[in-house]
Design a protein around this ligand. Structure first.
Ligand code: SPD
Length: 279
């Protein structure tokens, strides 16, 4: 047994456990750990990405607010998300015909398929198309108006995931979305990563006419309070989920439901102040 730690700006996020798998890919250090408090978990470059007892809130809140508000959800693109939790939630929606997942690091997918099978439970769904390549490059080459929803499930904005928080990347996402399409990106901690979070909202605002951050608790991430950023073309309302689509998934959810959907769009005051100062 050892103490497994993430140290972020002198704050520590850890659990008692042991290493199940460790390797170094061309992109990052990959570790799967077994912990008493959180179950099995994945760390990339020492940062917690997911853990069995904590993953549902994150994956549900990245996925369902977008998929219940987009005009249609036939074709969904997931950037990142190598543990498989996001595509698992996407594929719970029966209206989804095709889910394309683009993960830059095939070694992460391999490690998660083998060592975190309780999180990625939809790998064999025939609607899933898995591409191991750079997500930003994939979006840059994708056709105009070719997806209904884009979910960006990257790591923090350092290393290979930094580009996934940039305005040029969001501009390409806007081009690739159909009318009424919705993007939702993980948006960092509104407290300990406030600048990155506000920066992601601002970058999205430069390309989408409607941008709305939403929040949920994810205990393993720095600060505990986590954010996602919803973005659309102004033709659909982030706060009015399609009741039929919510009903289709809510029984499988541990966190998401109609009330959580609406309440999650309440913005912390520090973020309101930062956004109004920069408007
Ligand atoms: N601080 C880490 C944030 C990581 C967000 N993505 C995690 C991937 C889970 N599918």
């Amino acid at each position: 047994m050892k103490w497994i730690d993430e140290v972020y700006e002198e704050r520590r996020f850890g659990a008692l456990g042991q290493t199940v798998f460790a390797s170094e890919s061309p992109f990052q250090r990959i570790e799967v750990v077994e912990t008493a408090a959180l179950g099995r978990g994945l760390l990339l470059d020492g940062m917690w990405m997911t853990a069995e007892r904590d993953e549902k809130v994150y994956h549900e809140m990245l996925t369902h607010p977008a998929l219940t508000t987009a005009a249609q959800v036939r074709d969904v693109l997931v950037i990142g998300g190598g543990d498989g939790g996001t595509v698992r939630e996407v594929l719970r929606h029966g209206e989804v015909r095709r889910c394309v997942m683009v993960e830059i690091d095939g070694a992460v997918v391999d490690a998660c398929k083998r060592h975190l099978p309780t999180i990625g439970t939809a790998w064999d769904d025939p609607r899933l198309e898995l591409h191991i390549e750079d997500g930003a490059a994939f979006v840059a080459q994708a056709g105009d108006a070719s997806f209904d929803v884009i979910l960006v499930d990257g790591a923090d904005p350092v290393g290979p995931a930094a580009v996934l928080f940039s305005a040029p990347f969001f501009a390409q996402c806007r081009r690739v979305l159909r009318p009424g399409g919705v993007l939702c990106a993980q948006g960092g901690s509104p407290t300990v990563q406030a600048a990155e979070h506000v920066g992601a909202v601002q970058a999205l605002r430069s390309h989408f006419s409607q941008v709305a951050p939403l929040y949920a608790p994810v205990g393993i991430y720095p600060g505990g309070a986590w954010s996602f950023v919803w973005a659309g073309d102004g033709s659909v309302d982030p706060r009015r989920p399609n009741a039929g689509r919510v009903a289709a998934v809510v029984d499988t959810c541990s966190w998401y439901n109609d009330d959580i959907h609406v309440g999650s769009f309440a913005v912390p005051n520090s973020v309101c102040v930062a956004l109004s100062a920069s408007a």
